[in-house]
Design a protein around this ligand. Structure first.
Ligand code: MN
Length: 231
């Protein structure tokens, strides 16, 4: 095969305890999946799940024990953190039943759904797409993926984010309005899911702005922590 322009590199993530890497296909994201965050964003906390996407090459892969360098984006003065459980699919399909959904999960990681909140607010007011607020370059820092079999208690894990050592977000995965299995089932009704797909499952309350120099550390029990600095 020869291409008429340079072909893009395959985006991939490190895997805990393995030299192998996880190849990234698409990135799906769930909005408002913790009641307290839905309320802080002006919702009732009882809406059906809704989805948006980020491009695969928005991923900033951060190996365990390292501090990823994430550039402060252009066009915003209200750049927010959203710590989230990221689900990595090993197999795909359409119309996947809830009871069957977790069979498709290869592993889990800690991710940050970085957001240009000011542009998102403008998009909401004008009814325009969220792409510029959510799908910009380097908007998806993600830590190492841990195989699902190694983290059987993930659905009851604590999820937390510290900024410069101070706690900003803390909740439990059990507080998600829509579970991982329910999210996979809903998504697969709208798209054919594929191996390599990632799903950001929503953020707890406490989202706020960060600035250059801030160090963010996201943690979910039993997963590799995600540490980045805004530069
Ligand atoms: Mn989010």
């Amino acid at each position: 095969m020869s291409y008429v322009v340079a072909a893009p590199a395959q985006v991939s993530l490190p895997v805990t305890g393995s030299a192998g890497r996880f190849p990234v296909h698409r990135i799906y994201c769930v909005g408002r999946n913790y009641a307290a965050h839905a309320q802080e964003m002006g919702g009732s906390g009882r809406e059906a799940p809704f989805f948006f996407m980020k491009p695969a090459d928005a991923v900033v892969p951060v190996p365990a024990g390292e501090t990823g360098q994430v550039p402060y984006p252009t066009l915003t003065s209200d750049y927010h953190h959203e710590v989230e459980l990221v689900v990595a699919l090993g197999t795909g399909g359409t119309n996947i039943a809830v009871d069957d959904a977790l069979r498709h999960v290869w592993g889990y990681a800690v991710g940050l759904d970085m957001t240009r909140r000011d542009l998102q607010s403008q998009s909401k007011k004008t009814g325009r797409p969220w792409s510029i607020a959510k799908g910009f370059d380097a908007s998806a820092p993600i830590g190492a993926i841990t195989a699902a079999a190694q983290v059987p208690g993930i659905a009851r894990s604590t999820i937390a984010l510290q900024v410069n050592g101070a706690e900003r977000q803390k909740s439990t995965i059990a507080d998600m309005i829509w579970s991982t299995a329910e999210i996979i089932s809903h998504l697969s009704a709208a798209w054919e899911l594929q191996p390599g797909d990632l799903i950001f499952t929503g953020t707890p309350a406490g989202v706020a702005a960060v600035v250059r120099g801030d160090v963010l550390e996201g943690r979910i029990d039993a997963l590799a922590p995600l540490r980045i600095q805004i530069v």
